[in-house]
Design a binder for this molecule. Structure first.
Ligand code: AHR
Length: 502
């Protein structure tokens, strides 16, 4: 049996220009993200700096525009000064966030070098857990000031004559969470964040800063936290952050696939709080959102409880992603695009080994997990103007979430190369969807390709032994007739329909 669903888009009904930084990612000093992930001296593919070339290749293919670093929870106990200067002088420290030993063989300068090699920008998170204003201004001076001051000259003495020019800075991480080293109340955090933002911008007025929103929609202080933090910081910060992870612990796939509906609700609520504070302050400034941690995370929870503490780079948070996880990630990407007028930055958390699209073996192979593919497609083809999707679709209800459309879809118009890309997920586990896209004002269109990611087994995964079990195929069968595009979207499938406007 099949249902039908329709999407109407118009060239002039634009959500907004998609900021490239929507396709950002994240590397934390956690598990094997750095050690054994991006950095493994002695690996057969490592370059002279110890950067794994096999991983760099997979990262470059993704065209990741920006990578958040060095945490995460890790950053709230991290002294950035431990990671600079001669490696042999750097201390080993206990990392209380993840109960590991941090050898500090890799730090700010190494990450700046790695980012260049990966053709990406750095989003640096400062420590507002155990550190404060002094380290905030000093790290900006070290990274960005040209020369002639203590910290900039120290950087030069470390072999980096040119400043790194890091443009995007997070003011701490998840400071509302009891698990955070140096957790703060909203007032305490708001005061710390505004003072840090002020001095950081005095050192380098060209930077943009992100204040911490809630660590998840479900936090008891959600909404009040955002309103209070913005009350303190509104005129001094450029973004407010959102974080959200989803899981399928109960093995309730229809609900799992519907989670992105809640993600959109979350985004709309945070935007409303920003606008409330704007109105209250009679401000002219619009606050943008940085969804700087999002993903599926649950597979590794039990294994992580068994890891012995105080190891260096143990295999933490190593979720092995399934086909259905890729569908959820696809839906989350569509949600970000549908709200890209407000969400200017987002980071898939994380990039390598730790809840990541890329997996490695120490000393061995690197491969793409299932979630790599929707991320790849969105990053490659989702640049341009996101168009307002008018969707007519049959819907379903779950115990928790009602009115879930089977079709999740959005289109992006790239004016430069004359392409339109439709991203579409069929959430139905039973039926194909007869899909029609009405592209009215675009005139005649032709199909470049229709990529499909699907698998008869929703729990199918990619491993080093079988790295392409779940991989996209071309030939999905979409057809264009004038400005009408039709396709059969198979049950539980991710679809990318790339069109050329004639
Ligand atoms: O990405 C893993 C962790 O999730 C991050 O360290 C933290 O910010 C969040 O709770």
């Amino acid at each position: 049996m099949s249902h039908s669903a329709k999407m109407i888009v118009d060239k002039d009904f634009v959500i907004g220009r998609v900021d490239d930084r929507l396709y950002g990612s994240f590397i934390e000093h956690l598990g094997r993200a750095v050690y054994g992930g991006i950095f493994e001296p002695g690996h057969p593919t490592a370059d002279e700096r110890g950067f794994r070339r096999d991983v760099l290749d997979l990262v470059r293919k993704l065209r990741v525009p920006i990578v958040r670093y060095p945490g995460g929870n890790f950053v709230s106990g991290y002294d950035w000064k431990d990671g600079i200067g001669p490696v042999e002088n750097r201390p080993r420290r206990l990392d209380l966030a993840w109960r590991t030993v941090e050898p500090n063989l890799f730090g700010l300068n190494e990450f700046a070098d790695w980012s260049k090699a990966a053709a990406t920008d750095v989003m640096w998170a400062i420590n507002l857990g155990t550190q404060g204003i002094d380290d905030a201004r000093n790290v900006v001076e070290y990274a960005n000031h040209p020369s002639g001051s203590y910290w900039s000259d120290l950087r030069i003495s470390h072999g980096y004559k040119a400043p790194h020019n890091i443009k995007t800075w997070c003011l701490g991480n998840e400071m509302d969470g009891p698990w955070q080293i140096g957790r703060k109340t909203a007032d305490e955090y708001g005061r710390a964040a505004v003072e840090a933002a002020k001095v950081m911008k005095w050192v380098d007025p060209s930077i943009e800063v992100v204040a911490c929103g809630s660590s998840a929609l479900g936090m008891p202080t959600f909404a009040e936290w955002e309103a209070t933090v913005l009350d303190h910081t509104y005129e001094h910060v450029d973004f407010l952050s959102l974080h959200q992870y989803y899981g399928n612990r109960e093995n309730d796939t229809p609900t799992f696939l519907a989670r992105s509906v809640q993600m959109e609700e979350f985004i709309r609520s945070v935007a409303a709080i920003c606008d409330y504070v704007k109105a209250k302050k009679r401000s002219k400034k619009k606050m943008y959102l940085s969804f700087d941690e999002w993903n599926v995370w649950f597979h590794s929870n039990d294994a992580d409880k068994k890891i012995e503490p105080w190891q260096i780079a143990p295999p933490q948070l190593e979720d092995v992603y399934t086909m259905e996880d890729a569908l959820v990630v696809g839906c989350m990407l569509i949600s970000l695009l549908k709200n890209s007028d407000r969400v200017r930055m987002a980071c898939l958390a994380q990039l390598v080994n730790v809840i990541a699209p890329i997996m490695t073996e120490n000393g061995g192979a690197a491969w793409a997990q299932t979630i790599y593919y929707p991320y790849l497609h969105a990053s490659l083809y989702g640049r341009g103007q996101a168009l307002v999707p008018l969707v007519q679709s049959p819907k379903y209800d779950t115990k928790e979430i009602t009115d879930v459309p089977y079709l999740e879809s959005v289109a992006v118009h790239n004016e430069e190369n004359g392409e339109i890309t439709i991203f579409a997920v069929n959430r139905s586990l039973d039926d194909a969807l007869l899909f029609e896209a009405d592209l009215r004002s675009f005139g005649d269109c032709s199909v470049i390709e229709h990529l499909v990611l699907e698998n008869a087994d929703l729990k199918a995964v990619n491993t080093s032994a079988d790295p392409e079990r779940v991989a996209p195929r071309a030939g999905g069968g979409a057809a264009a007739d004038g400005s009408k595009v039709t396709a059969l979207l198979n049950k539980a499938s991710w679809n990318v329909i790339r069109l050329r406007t004639v």
